[in-house]
Design a protein around this ligand. Structure first.
Ligand code: BJW
Length: 256
């Protein structure tokens, strides 16, 4: 019922915003933080559970955690960084890149707001990508804030020393709980959300703010709203077209 409606609204839309979360990269083999994995949780070994089932976010994804144990935090982030480098974009990422090409070719606009730090959208060909939570592929000096791109090999020193300052450490250039999102990303998101006539939320549990507030803001501005998720989330009850399916299967059908 919702899929044909979503398809026709997408075909008619001119200014589209898509917000993605970890679920779109699940079919590339990257673990989500929360929510459904598409399998019964009891059947899964620990290394296939959602991240926050196996690891405590307050001990890993906050500035306080980094200050308390920078070696443990950077070791965990280097492990995840290498997982992102080894992953490949999937048909869901490719479909969004095609949607951007099609829309811009017919004079529309497309903005991809992603909470993901894995850069798989860019590798699939998406261009107008706003990284709300930064990227795990770049690290930055705690003293100078200069960015550094580590090579593909595993890091050997934890915490890694900064090449830019004798007392600096390198930390992943991601946004932890309690940290502000990058100002340019916030400004670009606000502009895109305000002007869009269609907003689609894909593979996000819609519980982390401020990203979780964008779909409501777009709806209040009159945009048609679509959700693609394996399971119901806090927004499923009121979006115009809730679609409960795998992003990698349904997005290529929506963007044909
Ligand atoms: C599939 C699928 C398939 C699976 N197909 N679907 C207002 C109210 C309440 C709290 C706050 C608020 N404003 C700010 C806060 C505090 C906080 C917050 O939101 N807390 C909530 C948890 C309550 N926000 C912040 O601190 C943010 N900063 C900020 O607002 O600064 C100002 C401020 C500070 C303090 C107080 C007030 C204001 C920063 C948030 C940073 C989030 N960082 C992380 C880690 C990034 C680095 C890293 O990668 O380690 O970002 S946490 C983690 O959650 C990560 C994600 O980007 C983020 C969102 O997760 P996402 O992407 O939705 O993934 P999941 O795993 O949750 O969901 C996956 C979904 O996919 C599931 O639903 C599955 O079903 C589905 N799925 N397979 C389709 N194949």
């Amino acid at each position: 019922m919702s899929l044909p409606l979503a398809q026709s609204r997408l075909a008619a839309a001119r200014h589209v915003v898509v917000l993605t979360g970890a679920g779109i990269s699940a079919e590339s083999g990257l673990r989500t933080f929360r929510g459904s994995t598409g399998a019964s949780a009891e059947d899964l070994p620990a290394d296939m559970q959602t991240l926050w089932k196996e690891f405590d976010p307050m001990r890993l994804a906050t500035p306080e955690a980094f200050d308390a144990d920078p070696a443990m935090v950077t070791r965990w982030y280097d492990w995840r960084r290498r997982g992102c480098l080894a992953a490949e974009p999937n048909p869901g990422h490719a479909a969004l890149a095609k949607l951007e090409r099609d829309l811009t070719a017919r004079g529309g606009t497309f903005t991809l707001l992603t909470q993901n730090v894995d850069r798989l959208h860019q590798r699939a060909g998406s261009v107008n990508v706003v990284e709300l939570h930064g990227t795990i592929l770049e690290w930055r000096c705690t003293r100078t804030q200069r960015r550094f791109t580590p090579g593909p090999e595993p890091m050997t020193e934890f915490p890694p020393r900064s090449p830019f300052h004798p007392e600096g450490l390198l930390r992943p250039d991601v946004v932890w709980f309690g940290e502000m999102l990058p100002e340019v990303a916030l400004a670009a998101s606000a502009r895109a959300v305000e002007r869009c006539d269609l907003f689609m939320s894909v593979g996000t549990s819609s519980v982390v703010y401020p990203a979780a507030a964008y779909v409501r803001a777009a709806s209040a501005n009159g945009a048609f709203t679509i959700e693609v998720n394996l399971e119901p989330t806090p927004i499923s009850g009121w979006v115009d077209a809730p679609i409960h399916a795998k992003a990698g299967e349904v997005l290529p059908r929506m963007v044909c």
